[in-house]
Ligand binder design. Structure first.
Ligand code: ADP
Ligand code: MG
Length: 265
């Protein structure tokens, strides 16, 4: 896009939250600039976004649109070049690195495309890690790990290592690990990308169920259209800009549903 056209397009600005909704994550004026080999990449360009407590939000966009970069900003895995990100009223860019690690472990659970499990630990061992990191006593950590593994339907796989589990089961362990510290947010970056259609659908349903039953806010970055149905709202992102934010009920009434053209509006 030419520089001038870029400047003319007004960035998306969230409306005031609907009655009864509480803003849990607030992103304002966020840029993320990478420089690589002398080239400057605007991965995010003046992003503004509100995410409400307890909702299921999908950040949708094609490859390279900035989904993972935004995920990293919201999840305190990286710092913005400019702008503000706050979670539950806590400003993330102003936290020192040591406080950030604690904040991440206590308040946010992460799920990644490639599961990121420790191969030599059992399901229990993997899920206990974030509990141990926060200093939870061993017996309490064991009981909690068992509980969340049962919640994700793996009560019969507690002592299996990742290598002894299917892809879908490994992603369930990752979801259980994300839930271990009872976080307010689960952030999932392309959680279904390595799974077949059916297993992917099961993981989406699992996260939806947990959103409802545990009241956890689910934020997922994805280009999997299966995610649309489970979502309350869709954030469409393109070229590092939020192009629109829609309630899923609006998608249902759109004739022909969603298509690739939604990426190009
Ligand atoms: P998505 O997750 O939507 O595929 P990303 O957020 O990974 O997109 O990337 C957005 C843009 O930022 C891309 O152009 C990508 O090449 C660039 N980018 C992401 N991370 C880096 C990095 N660490 N260094 C340089 N460029 C990066
Ligand atoms: Mg990505």
């Amino acid at each position: 896009m030419p520089e001038e056209a870029k400047k003319e397009k007004k960035p998306y600005m969230p409306p005031p939250p609907p009655e009864g909704k509480e803003v849990l994550v607030s992103v304002r004026g966020v840029d993320k600039i990478f420089t690589k080999g002398g080239e400057t990449v605007y991965a995010l360009n003046d992003i503004n976004l509100d995410i409400y407590r307890g909702e299921y939000v999908s950040i949708m966009g094609p490859s390279g649109s900035g989904k993972s970069t935004l995920f990293n900003m919201v999840g305190a895995l990286d710092r913005p070049s400019k702008g503000e990100v706050s979670v539950g009223g806590v400003s993330l860019p102003s936290l020192a690195s040591s406080n950030l690690s604690y904040f991440r472990c206590k308040h946010i659970g992460y799920v990644f495309q490639s599961y990121n499990l420790i191969p030599w630990l059992t399901a229990m061992g993997n899920v206990m890690l974030p509990l141990t990191f926060l200093g939870t006593p061993e017996e309490e950590a064991k009981a909690r790990a068992k509980h969340v593994l049962e919640l994700v339907g793996l009560g019969h796989r507690l002592d299996h290592t990742p290598g002894e589990c299917s892809g879908g089961q490994q992603q369930r362990i990752a979801v259980a690990r994300a839930l271990a510290n009872d976080p307010s947010i689960i952030l999932a970056d392309e959680p279904t990308a390595n799974l077949d259609q059916k297993t992917g659908q099961e993981i989406i349903q699992l996260m939806k169920d947990l959103c409802v039953s545990e009241g956890v806010t689910v934020i997922t970055a994805t280009h999997d259209f299966k995610m649309l149905k489970a979502s309350d709202r869709i954030v469409w992102i393109k070229g590092g800009n939020v192009s629109k934010v829609e309630d899923v009920s609006n998608l249902d009434i759109r004739v022909g549903g969603v298509s690739e053209s939604d990426y190009n509006e």
